[in-house]
Design a protein around this ligand. Structure first.
Ligand code: GLY
Length: 574
């Protein structure tokens, strides 16, 4: 069975339950009058958790800048949004400073130094997805603690103790999980029951959590205190490091003390692009997000979309034709640029985009005529994003992840935090013809110390050099198309940020060769026209993206925040 099919069946229960929850929330939110964006004058925090948003806003009100608030929200999400917020995983931060400088911080997990390219193959050379998704073998070296502290020390204004204390209090004093979080945690009840420390925190003595369950995380609070007192050494050396390394060794994992001590975040030049006069600032490799976003926008810039063309079959056709080529290129060329020569300049050039645009016809191009490359297989949709702007003119766009929901579901015993299963984002078996007969994947092959390819696309759009949109999303391979559509909704269709986020989305990723729509995301007429053009149509398993975004009207000095109605976040300004 292919990796994709296997995971699809493994996740089917999850998806069905998630679908029920999401459909309910969609009905509740979208059947009401269109929500208006939250307005503010000074600053704005939009995150997937009301608790984390409130912590971020407090930091801003206390004089912190957007980086201070982003670090505080990052640590808070590790406590109150455990499916993706983390200290045992990684992420990316895109920063635009009031002085005009833009930069990015890569705190993506790395492959442990003792791995080799065949670690997920069985004795017959077949890929075994259990090894890259479950257990200690699936964990990359966590990057979040080092990355958040690096950002704070270089671009923040507050002390670590100030920004981490709210998360410590939240873990120590606890909070009521509520309906949505309880439901989400309970989806994975069976998994949590496999590990004593996970069972302790995420089940009620093995049973499902009630919505009024009070989640107290003393060991996580202690881990955060060690970080508060010792900085990054509180995580990468000493008590916590010893726990990680011992449990990893005892359970066949790869992470060693050397891996932890040598982990460093990397400050990288952003991927920059230009779309219809707006500047795009996004994440470079090891994320594929920035390059794929800019490449898509460069191709689409050659079209003029009338306002009433939104979600017409013509608009969808053109966007999908661009996306097919973008995702094919992603699969062939993108990986960790510290290990692989990624042709970023070429992929993001207007010249290359024009050559792709010139080949777009009025009928669909079959995906198997677009080669070479290796298709994107299942990518976990559980990741999370938050967007923050401050009164000084700084903007920060941060996406973090454990890969799957709650990562590999293993809580490190004695330390209270969940570990990632990010190793699954590598191509476990490159260089051999896949199910589609295509060859590729070396760019994202497993190598010691390498970072696995990501789709996370934290992005800032500038207008006249000042932040205009701050945006990002979870959604695995659907992150790129979600961020793209929100930007197009704002720029081409003049929507406000809440509307731009809430509108239905579609997705195509080259393989499988089908356009996915959200439920009620299009009409019969549009689908008929797309089929006439030669497209295949599918339905997304649930949502496509859960975007958290900010739009700034610089002229009138108003900040607008929008949180996706597909999720349960909150936008708060002041
Ligand atoms: N693991 C999801 C991503 O990095 O895109």
């Amino acid at each position: 069975m292919t990796k994709e099919l296997r995971l699809t069946s493994a996740y089917s229960k999850t998806i069905t339950t998630t679908l029920l929850i999401v459909c309910l929330s969609l009905f509740i939110n979208l059947s009401a009058e269109t929500k208006r964006p939250v307005r503010a004058k000074n600053g704005m925090v939009v995150s997937p958790s009301t608790l984390a948003t409130d912590i971020g806003v407090e930091i801003l009100k206390n004089g912190g800048n957007a980086v201070d608030a982003s670090v505080a929200v990052g640590f808070a999400l590790a406590v109150c949004y455990p499916s993706a917020g983390n200290i045992g995983g990684g992420g990316f931060m895109v920063i635009h400073l009031e002085d005009g400088k833009s930069t990015t911080i890569d705190f993506r997990e790395r492959a442990p130094l003792s791995v080799h390219k065949d670690i997920y193959l069985d004795e017959d050379g077949n890929y075994n997805p259990d090894l890259s998704t479950k257990g200690w073998t699936s964990a990359g070296v966590p990057g979040s603690v080092a990355g958040l502290i690096y950002a704070l020390e270089k671009y923040g204004t507050m002390r670590l103790s100030e920004v981490i204390t709210p998360a410590i209090k939240l873990a120590e004093n606890g909070f009521e999980v509520g309906y949505d979080l309880a439901n989400h945690i309970n989806i994975f009840n069976e998994d949590f029951n496999e590990y004593e420390a996970s069972k302790e925190i995420f089940t009620a003595e093995g049973d499902s959590l009630n919505e009024d369950h009070f989640l107290v995380q003393k060991e996580l609070a202690n881990a955060l205190k060690l970080i508060k007192e010792n900085g990054r050494d509180g995580f990468y050396k000493g008590y916590i490091a010893d726990l990680i390394v011992k449990q990893s060794f005892d359970n066949g994992g790869y992470i060693t003390h050397k891996d932890l001590q040598e982990y460093n975040p990397v400050e990288r030049m952003p991927i920059k692009g230009n779309y219809k006069g707006y500047e795009i600032i996004s994440m470079p490799p090891p994320s594929s997000g920035g390059i794929a976003l800019v490449q898509s926008l460069n191709i689409l810039e050659n079209f003029e979309f009338a306002k009433n063309a939104w979600h017409s079959s013509d608009y969808i056709h053109k966007t999908v034709e661009a996306l097919k080529k973008v995702y094919a290129d992603r699969s062939q060329h993108l990986g960790d640029s510290d290990f692989y020569d990624v042709p970023a300049q070429w992929l993001t050039s207007k010249l290359y985009a024009k050559s792709i645009f010139d080949k777009i016809k009025t009928i669909a191009t079959p995906s198997d005529s677009i080669a070479p490359g290796i298709p994107v297989t299942y990518e976990s949709k559980e990741t999370t994003h938050y967007s923050i702007v401050d009164e000084f003119g700084n903007a920060v766009s941060t996406t973090v992840t454990l890969n799957s929901s709650y990562g590999n579901k293993i809580v490190v015993e004695g330390a209270g935090f969940l570990l990632n299963n990010e190793m699954d984002d590598f191509n476990a078996k490159p260089g051999e013809p896949n199910q589609y007969g295509l060859i590729g994947g070396e760019a994202n092959s497993i190598q010691p110390g390498k970072r696995m390819l990501s789709s996370m696309t934290p992005t800032i759009v500038l207008e006249d050099g000042k932040p205009y949109i701050v945006v990002g999303s979870p959604g695995g391979s659907q992150i790129i198309t979600s961020v793209l559509q929100v930007i197009l909704n704002c720029i081409d269709f003049n929507m406000d940020i809440q509307g731009a986020i809430d509108m239905p989305r579609f997705h195509h990723q080259w393989y499988p060769d089908e356009i996915l729509f959200e439920e009620f995301g299009t009409t019969h007429d549009v689908i008929s026209n797309l089929i006439l053009k030669g497209h295949n149509i599918g339905e997304a398993d649930s949502w496509i993206g859960r975007v958290q975004g900010i739009l700034i009207d610089q002229e009138n000095n108003v900040i607008f925040g929008g949180t996706d109605s597909r999720a349960f976040g909150k936008a708060v300004g002041y």
